[in-house]
Every structure is written in C-alpha cells, then in structure tokens.
Design a protein around this ligand. Structure first.
Ligand SMILES: NC(=O)c1ccc[n+]([C@@H]2O[C@H](COP(=O)([O-])OP(=O)(O)OC[C@H]3O[C@@H](n4cnc5c(N)ncnc54)[C@H](O)[C@@H]3O)[C@@H](O)[C@H]2O)c1
Length: 357
C-alpha cells in the first residue's frame, strides 16, 4: 500500500507540530541532507515551457530513497482562480521501486522553500539581522515571513506588492503572531530602505528588475525566490555583480536563476559548500550576499521524508492501492478477471482503493 497525503492531511501535520515546529524540523532535515551532498544522484529538473508557464519534474535519489516532484509555475493562474504554483510528488524505495508515499506538495513547497531561505540566511545574513523587506505578498509570502521570524529572529517585516489586496491578506493572516511587526510600504524602494534582509518572491513571466543596484545597501542579504525560470528574473544584473552569490545546484541555477543574465563563468558558491564549512557565508559585515534560490529536488526529498515520518507518527493519511497486489507477481493479467469493486454513482473512490491508516 502507498501512503496518500492530501493538502488537508499536510495541514493537519503542520497544525499538530505548529508552523514554527514544522519549519524547524524541515530546516534541520534540509540542512542535514545538504551536508551529505555527495550521497545524492542529482540532476537539473526537466522543464516543459509554454506561453503561460512551465511544468517541471524534479527527481533525486540517495541510493536508498527516491523522490520526485511535479510542479508548475503559471503567473497568470490567480486570475483564473488557481494558484501560481501547484505540486505533488512521491517517495519510493530504491531497492524495489515500490512507491511508499504519494503526497500533495503545494503547501509543502511553500514550507520547504521558506525553511531553505531561512537556512541560507542563517549563514549569509549579518548576525543580529532584525528587519526584512518582503516584496511579493502572494501564496508563498506568509511562510517566508514566519520562517524568518521563527528561525532567524526577524521581528519587523516591511511589505510591498503591486496588488494591495495581497498585502492586506498577508497582514490579516499574520496579525496574531506575537512579536512580529508588519508594515505596508508604498514601493519596493521604500520597503527595502534600511532592511537587513530583502526577500523577493514575486511572480511575473518576465525579465523583471524588482531590485536595482541603487536600492541595495552595504551588508544586505538578498533572498531571491521568484526568479526561477528562463526569462523570469527579479534582480537587476548589477545587483548580482556587486554580491557574493550562493546557489542550490549550479547546473540548474545557471539556466533558471537570476544568474541566467550573467556569463557562465560568473563565480557562484553552492549552498552545501557553505553548510559543510568549505566556504564562508560572508566575508565581512559590508558584503552584499544573494541567495539565488530556484528550488532544488533535494529540498523536496527532505520534505517528503518529514511528511512520511510525521504522518506515521500522527496516524494521518490513507493507504491507497496505487500498484496492484498480486497473488502471483507474474500474473498481472489476473487483475482483469478479478471482481470489480462496487461503486455508487458520485462516490469519490471505490471502497477498496483507500483505507484510513
Ligand atoms: N525558489 C523556489 O524554490 C520557489 C518555490 C516556490 C515558488 N517560487 C516562486 O515564487 C514566486 C511567488 O510564488 P507565489 O506562489 O507566492 O505566487 P503568487 O502569484 O501567489 O504571488 C506572487 C505575488 O507577486 C506579486 N507581484 C508581481 N509582480 C510584482 C512586482 N513587480 N512587485 C511587487 N509584487 C509583485 C503579485 O501581485 C502576487 O501577489 C513565483 O515566481 C514562484 O515561481 C519559487
């Protein structure tokens, strides 16, 4: 049987562990996996581009466990009543190929992206950072805000979105978070002024320059999340040129990250090198640092294992018969003559397809 986790199941896990607890567990799991970088069979994701967006597949394995994620990015989707980013994925046993988990990964992507952003900032931002500008206040934004608040001690966040309703939604959602001050700003330049950290998490299918060199102050850390696809950037190239740039997996980021605007020999450091202590996070308090985040399969690998272990611990999810259970594994044909499950019109799934765990 395969453990099936819906968005409601994942929300149940997050509520049981608390948002802060979930982000902490995820961040620890992601850090532990980045530290054993050499164990993984890695590849840049496979992307299928269209006029409206992109659909990507993200596989990875450590030789024992294999995971994959399906994820899209369609910046126009919210006008159709759909999220910009939607995802699902699975975890399988390498020894047999048996799928162990099939899970929603939309909510999980927001959590793992925020946990990764905060993890990178712990090494790259100036110690004692307290204020962050958060540009783009859509689906990912609350998770980014909470990760920086709970994992890094950011207590003031200056918000800007071209859609004032998105900023109002973020303030409403986080109004009861104690010790977190949220300020709506009139422009990116206004939000960024004096901030220790700048997170850009906008969605636009364009070579945007949300942040220009004139807005960047000495010592700032920039967490660039929304530039994650060919032709889709957030930072002006001069911002990258003035900074120390850290990436997840260089072969993928060269294609998808903000550094796609620069020549292939522009120097970058992979995050695992910083986490393993091979490379410093920042050289001094005045250095500008950039985490050019695009999202790497390893973060979903860590997240899927966290989901599996948490679901088992809490008894959440359903067991689904995703692959056939056969008396004789060579007799797949027998399935065609097995009695069919009784199905009442309008029911969601036949009774034998899903079982509570
Ligand atoms: N790096 C990663 O691992 C990762 C993971 C998930 C999502 N993303 C990316 O993050 C971005 C945001 O995702 P989301 O799910 O929050 O999307 P969303 O559509 O819910 O929100 C995006 C917000 O950006 C705002 N925006 C667009 N252009 C802007 C501009 N010039 N200035 C200020 N705000 C602007 C929009 O009004 C919207 O509110 C997307 O580009 C997505 O592809 C990256």
């Amino acid at each position: 049987m395969t453990l099936l986790l819906t968005p409601r199941d994942v929300a149940h896990i997050v509520r049981a562990q608390g948002v802060a607890g979930s982000l902490q567990r995820l961040s620890r799991a992601i850090e532990a996996d980045f530290r054993r970088w050499g164990d993984f069979d890695k590849s840049a994701r496979t992307a299928s581009h269209s006029r409206e967006g992109v659909i990507e597949l993200m596989p990875i394995s450590d030789g024992t466990t294999y995971t994959f994620k399906y994820v899209n990015g369609h910046p126009g989707n919210t006008q159709l009543g759909l999220p910009t980013v939607m995802a699902f994925g699975g975890l399988a046993d390498v020894a047999t190929g048996q799928p162990e988990v099939l899970s929603e990964l939309t909510l999980t992507t927001a959590l793992r992206t925020a946990a990764t952003s905060a993890l990178a900032a712990r090494w790259l931002a100036r110690p004692g950072s307290r204020t962050m500008a958060l540009i783009g206040n859509g689906a990912q934004s609350e998770f980014q805000a909470l990760a920086f608040h709970h994992l890094l001690g950011i207590d003031e966040i200056r918000l800007f979105d071209i859609d004032i309703a998105a900023t109002a939604k973020l303030r409403r959602n986080l109004r009861s978070v104690r010790g977190l001050k949220l300020l709506a700003c009139a422009s990116t330049a206004h939000a960024v002024r004096g901030a220790d950290i700048v997170t850009t998490v906008t969605a636009d299918k364009a070579r945007a320059a949300i942040l220009t060199a004139g807005m960047v102050e000495p010592g700032m850390h920039i967490n660039a999340v929304g530039g994650d696809c060919p032709g889709k950037t957030e930072l002006h190239r001069d911002v990258l040129r003035m900074a120390r740039v850290v990436v997840e997996y260089e072969p993928q980021t060269r294609i998808e990250g903000d550094i796609q605007q620069l020549p292939a020999d522009f120097a970058v450091t992979e995050l695992w090198q910083v986490l393993q202590g091979n490379s410093p996070g920042r050289d001094d308090a005045r250095q500008v640092t950039v985490f050019d985040s695009v999202g790497f399969a390893l973060e979903d690998f860590s997240a899927l294992r966290w989901l599996r272990d948490s679901a088992r611990e809490l008894g959440i999810g359903a067991a689904a018969q995703l692959v056939p259970a056969l008396d004789d594994p060579k007799d797949l044909f027998a399935l065609l003559s097995a009695p069919l499950p009784h199905r009442t019109p309008g029911s969601e799934a036949p009774a034998d397809a899903l079982q509570s765990v």
